[in-house]
Write a protein that binds this ligand. Structure first.
Ligand code: BEZ
Length: 212
């Protein structure tokens, strides 16, 4: 059965462009992003991996480890990584899994047979430090994902995990956030010294707590 939010992210061992890894050991206490690509030497994937590499400091700042996957072999990955570095002006230093036997793709339901019998779709999973699935998105092969959106979701998930706040529609970092429904307004006023604006008893805003 396909993975759902809150499920344990399956562990695996895999060959990658930086050596053999155990997924859980690789993640350690970090958050994780695991994302699949239809194949090596494809144009959209080339830009996605380049964009991810260019955002490596943003992922590191958020304590996120990135791991990419395609079902092509390691020697192909190596040549493709040089092309990505050359064309996207970046340095891909995160692992790319060579999932030739489709083990990881099957565990994470990344092959959708009615889209393609052999290639993985553009799935992306965000895994929390507790090794559970916090988000997944699946895009068609022809649509590159928006990695600013991935960072935005990570910011939102981390705010919820650390401060008991949620984020409203179209929220961007620095904007007001929402007090989660499980906290009473009385408790929210004590918990959020920057102030609480009660629009309705169930709709309370507070300034983003982790910025000055
Ligand atoms: C790709 O880059 O992976 C791709 C581009 C167009 C259609 C399908 C896949």
């Amino acid at each position: 059965m396909a993975l759902r939010l809150g499920d344990a992210a399956p562990n695996f061992k895999a060959k990658t462009s930086v050596g053999e890894i155990d997924f859980y050991e690789y993640l350690g206490d970090s958050w994780g992003v695991l994302f699949s690509h239809p194949a090596d030497y494809t144009p959209v994937c080339t830009t996605e991996l380049g964009r991810t590499a260019l955002l490596s400091e943003e992922f590191a700042k958020r304590n996120v480890k990135v791991l990419a996957l395609s079902v092509d072999p390691l020697d192909k990955h190596k040549g493709w990584i040089s092309d990505i570095n050359e064309t996207q002006n970046c340095n891909v230093d995160f692992p790319i899994i060579a999932d030739e036997d489709r083990n990881v793709a099957t565990l994470y339901d990344m092959i959708h047979p009615n889209a393609s019998a052999t290639a993985t779709v553009r799935s992306l999973f965000i895994i929390g430090p507790d090794k559970t699935v916090k988000l997944f998105i699946t895009y068609p092969a022809s649509t590159g994902r928006n990695f600013f959106e991935v960072l935005r979701v990570i910011d939102s998930l981390q705010l919820t995990a650390n401060y008991s706040v949620a984020t409203p529609a179209n929220w961007n970092a620095g904007e007001d956030v929402i007090v989660v429904p499980s906290i009473s307004t009385e408790d929210a006023i004590k918990k959020f010294p920057k102030g609480v604006k009660e629009v309705k008893p169930y709709l309370r805003y507070t300034p983003q707590p982790n910025i000055d």
